[in-house]
Write a protein that binds this ligand. Structure first.
Ligand code: ACM
Ligand code: ZN
Length: 530
């Protein structure tokens, strides 16, 4: 078994009088942290958080922080619009939007951010320091800014459905790690989860499956109807909740594959026009949207018209992965489309589908994201690729000038097991093996030249929920691996797994104080000499 040596960082500090273990423990690691350990201030029930007059976004960030530390540090701090508070928040336009500076001195705590998001991240750092030190804080100076602008996590709410409260808790977990994108997987074979007023059958029929497969995708099912969906009102509530935490919600509406639920609701959307069911099994199914009929595109555009009203995100994810072409090969409409449009084959037809949707999204002021399969058959320069089948799709896309979000399954699939010998030890995963250390080792720039690097927007962890029926199970899969990915996204060039291990002990306390389940394996240090 691997041994974890004392880090160079710890050795440097030995004998300095301020033990390495007492150094500020912040995850993701800031650009610069300095502390000599001398006592600065003690926050009390009389301490106040000052915000500039009538700054709504800062007030929101301050009040959220106040609620968080009331629960986690047992400190009730009032927010005031007077300059003399003990924790003073301000905007400094010289800083980047997500950048912040935090200074803790005997005069109090000053947090300046380039925009409210930066101040929010400064407060999240202070939250971690209050957990580490309690109400008596040492002198600390932090200068910080993220490496990547896109730091995401995806939750699949189709294979299993998660309540609005669960989704909010998930967003809280992301915000704690300074993750700023929640990719919400809303439609799939096993359930359509977003209310679309124009097509009520999508949720009336498509959100319900007759039963769910038992065990690890065995042939048998449980015989228990399963379903759920989010009303548009609930979706607005989630989007607003996320925005208060500086998280943008990126919705995913899958096309042309993973369409069984939609086809069950409206069979005319498929090539055969009949014989569909909301899938009780996991997997990839041949029932996909017919790319030959114009009515499919009208439907999709009408759906997206409601989606863009709900989600202010610049990016709309249209899936594009795992679309078997079997039915297109025998569908007269699809074959006619291939001939009429002079497409090479069914891959060309998939490309046609995605390009047509992208044109519509662009005309409506949005940008398209698709899984890396959309590269097959050709894509436009303006499409953004989410590279999941390893990094090679993302590398190819960056080389051809497309923007990329790196989510390779080798490092970012949080439905994979976390230990080498999962059986009997871990709750179910889908398979595979992604340890915290593996996630931490992701290099989103791997094999890319300096000129190609700017095409990498960031990184994302994906939580597919075939085998996760509860939020507790999701948390076990997400924590602490998402912390590793958050550090890749925030602190790309200053990672150190041993120092991360030290700092994670503090973040773990927040997991516990928030009542989050987390996987213990990373925290179970190997016994010396083993
Ligand atoms: C995927 O995992 N099918 C994107
Ligand atoms: Zn067809």
């Amino acid at each position: 078994m691997k041994k974890f040596l004392l880090s160079a960082f710890a050795l440097t500090l030995a004998g300095s009088g301020f033990a390495a273990a007492d150094q500020p423990a912040i995850v993701p690691v800031p650009q610069q942290v300095t502390s000599n350990g001398s006592k600065a201030i003690t926050l009390t029930a009389d301490s106040r958080i000052s915000i500039p007059r009538s700054d709504k976004a800062l007030r929101g960030a301050a009040e959220l922080f106040s609620r968080q530390i009331a629960r986690e540090a047992n400190l009730a701090l009032k927010v005031v619009e007077k300059p003399e508070g003990d924790i003073r928040l301000a905007i400094d336009p010289k800083l980047g939007e997500e950048a912040y500076q935090l200074n803790i001195t005997k005069q109090g705590v000053d947090i300046r951010g380039g925009a409210p998001a930066g101040v929010f991240y400064g407060l999240q750092t202070l939250r971690q320091l209050l957990t580490q030190y309690g109400a008596t804080l040492p002198e600390v100076t932090v200068e910080d800014a993220p490496s990547f602008g896109y730091r995401g996590a995806m939750l699949d709410c189709c294979r299993h459905f998660f309540s609005v409260d669960d989704v909010k808790t998930f967003i809280d977990m992301l915000a704690l790690h300074k993750i700023n994108r929640f990719h919400w997987h809303l439609t799939d074979d096993q359930g359509w989860r977003i209310e679309i007023h124009r097509y009520p059958e999508l949720t009336r029929v498509g959100s319900q499956r007759a039963e769910t497969v038992l065990g690890h995708n065995s042939p048998a099912c449980d015989g228990i109807p399963y379903g759920g969906y989010y009303t548009q009102k609930q979706i607005r509530e989630v989007v607003a909740y996320a925005a208060e935490r500086f998280v943008t919600v990126v919705p995913e509406i899958e096309m042309p594959g993973h369409a069984s639920a939609a086809l069950t609701a409206y069979p005319w959307l498929g090539c055969a026009g009949e014989g569909y069911e909301v899938q009780p099994h996991w997997g990839v199914f041949p029932e996909v949207f017919c790319a030959g009929k114009d009515s499919t595109f009208e439907f999709m555009q009408n759906v997206l018209a409601e989606v863009i009203e709900l989600f202010p995100s610049e990016y709309i994810h249209v899936g594009g992965d795992e679309c078997p072409k079997d039915n297109w090969k025998i569908c007269p409409n699809c074959q006619k489309r291939i001939r009429d449009e002079k497409l090479k084959d069914e891959h060309g037809l998939q490309s046609y589908f995605v390009l047509r949707m992208e044109k519509w999204l662009n005309e409506h002021g949005r940008h398209l994201i698709g899984w890396d399969e959309i590269l097959e058959g050709g894509i436009s320069k303006s499409a953004t690729i989410m590279s999941w089948r390893g990094a090679k799709g993302g590398i190819a896309a960056a080389r051809s000038g497309n923007k990329v979000i790196m989510t390779p399954n080798t490092h970012c699939y949080l439905d994979y097991y976390q230990t080498e010998q999962p059986l009997g030890n871990e709750p179910w995963g889908i398979g595979g093996y992604v340890s915290v250390e593996k996630a931490y080792s992701l290099d989103p720039y791997d094999q890319l030249t300096e000129a190609e690097r700017p095409y990498i927007l960031g990184v994302q962890g994906n939580i597919w929920t075939e085998y996760m029926a509860s939020l507790a199970h999701v948390q076990h899969m997400v924590l602490p691996r998402i912390a590793a990915l958050a550090e890749v996204g925030w602190a790309y060039d200053r990672r150190d797994i041993n120092d991360f291990r030290r700092r994670m002990e503090n973040l773990r306390k927040i997991y516990e104080r928030c009542g989050y389940r987390y996987a213990p394996y990373f925290f179970e240090k190997p016994v010396a000499g083993e």
